[in-house]
Design a protein around this ligand. Structure first.
Ligand code: SF4
Length: 112
């Protein structure tokens, strides 16, 4: 999931609307300052280019829907953290073993 582009993550979470583009969506925002900044309200409207959006992207399942949840960009970090923490099925967690080894070493140092 780490390499999912922003719009791919939206498709992953909400599905895809083949019949529309983001530029037609009520959640699409365009802010005009010195430059034009385009954002998706559902993904999150931050001041960072990490939340920049494109009119031409294929719409997601939230097309035209109101959304009162946490912006996806805020949860994105949590999704990655959970994925990174969860060991792959059948994989041993080296982190836990390292912690156990460190505890055993410390115990030995204290005894000696
Ligand atoms: S809610 Fe979906 S369709 Fe609407 S702008 Fe955001 S990504 Fe595009």
């Amino acid at each position: 999931m780490k390499h999912l582009r922003k719009i791919q993550l939206m498709h992953h979470l909400f599905g895809k609307r083949e019949d529309h583009k983001c530029g037609q969506c009520s959640n699409f925002r365009e802010y005009r300052y010195e430059n034009i900044y385009r954002k998706c309200k559902v993904y999150g409207c931050t001041s960072s280019e990490a939340s920049d959006w494109a009119k031409s992207w294929q719409a997601c399942g939230m097309f035209g829907e109101s959304y009162g949840g946490v912006p996806v960009i805020k949860n994105r970090v949590n999704l990655y953290e959970k994925e990174a923490e969860a060991p792959i099925e059948g994989q041993q967690s080296l982190f836990c073993e390292d912690k156990q080894a460190a505890a055993a070493l410390k115990e030995r140092e204290n005894d000696g």
